[in-house]
Design a protein around this ligand. Structure first.
Ligand SMILES: [Zn+2]
Length: 286
């Protein structure tokens, strides 16, 4: 279960969220057989999706986010609604490449020759699309650019995933946003805190998200809000019928006839579940 601990700071001048997405990332590793570098990239993106889901007031609201920077990782796709998230990367087994400072090189994997695109559907209003060019490919800075350019929201975004060949040790982030009327001083303090929390994935090994929130923010007129619990969920089993119907009965039957295995196989990118149908299965969808 992932956790988002939230608080209002400085008497209403800023807000902060501390996210722990370790369990979600562990599940993604199992589902997609992710290499460490692919894990770190997808883990950062899923943390953003969790943050956006944590802002939703209605269970029907949803967000889809695509990061396509032209790097060897390929596209990252993450999605969320109703306190759940899911995601995948085009290249789940990307080999480890390190930066000069010895950490897994996310900007190399993601690339910065492309866009971060967000599709949001809020409260039955027309779906909203925001698209910003990637500048760093580190995902954290790119998400802050998205918030600034598409939603006119300033922010400080720190994301971190600590993983080894044997799995995810910790994953999460800290996202702070000044609220309308915030003083210049508050902005400086937020930047300073973001700098001090740049090792968030190491902190999450030792402490819970709540402990990090209390330790680093309690002295800034901190009003702690109700936390969100976020988990992995894929609803493909509920949608498989409409996918088969969109193919059409005749076409589905023909695919099955032509296939050597005499089955129609559909694999869900988000959870790697594979559905197989023979001709007698198809009849029940029409
Ligand atoms: Zn699925």
């Amino acid at each position: 279960m992932g956790k988002i601990e939230k608080a209002i700071l400085f008497g209403g001048q800023a807000r902060v969220a501390v996210l722990d997405t370790t369990d979600i990332v562990s599940e993604l590793i199992t589902l997609h057989d992710l290499s460490p570098l692919s894990t770190v990239c997808l883990g950062r993106a899923i943390t953003i999706a969790a943050y956006m889901v944590g802002e939703f007031k209605h269970h029907k609201n949803c967000v889809n986010l695509i990061i396509d920077g032209g790097g060897p990782l390929g596209k990252i796709c993450v999605s969320g609604s109703s306190n759940t998230v899911k995601g995948f990367v085009e290249n789940p087994r990307l080999e480890s490449v390190y930066t000069n400072t010895g950490v897994l090189n996310v900007p190399y994997a993601v690339g910065s020759n492309g866009f971060l695109t967000v599709f949001k559907s809020i409260d039955d209003a027309n779906p909203y699309t925001g698209k910003v060019p990637l500048t760093r490919g580190d995902i954290a800075f790119d998400f802050a650019s998205y918030l600034q350019q598409s939603e006119s929201r300033d922010s400080a975004v720190v994301l971190g995933v600590n993983c080894s060949n044997s799995g995810c040790i910790a994953s999460g982030g800290v996202i702070m946003e000044p609220l309308p009327g915030a003083s210049e001083e508050v902005l400086y303090v937020l930047e300073d805190i973001a700098y001090n929390l740049s090792n968030i994935s190491e902190l999450l090994v030792e402490k819970t998200a709540k402990e990090i929130l209390e330790f680093h923010f309690a002295h800034f007129e901190c009003d702690i809000l109700t936390a969100n619990e976020i988990s992995f969920h894929c609803s493909c089993s509920e949608k498989i019928g409409s996918i088969i119907r969109s193919i059409g009965k005749q076409e589905a039957m023909k695919i099955i006839e032509d296939e050597k295995s005499h089955t129609l196989s559909i694999k869900c990118d988000y959870c790697s579940r594979e559905y197989k149908f023979n001709q007698s299965d198809i009849g029940r969808f029409f």
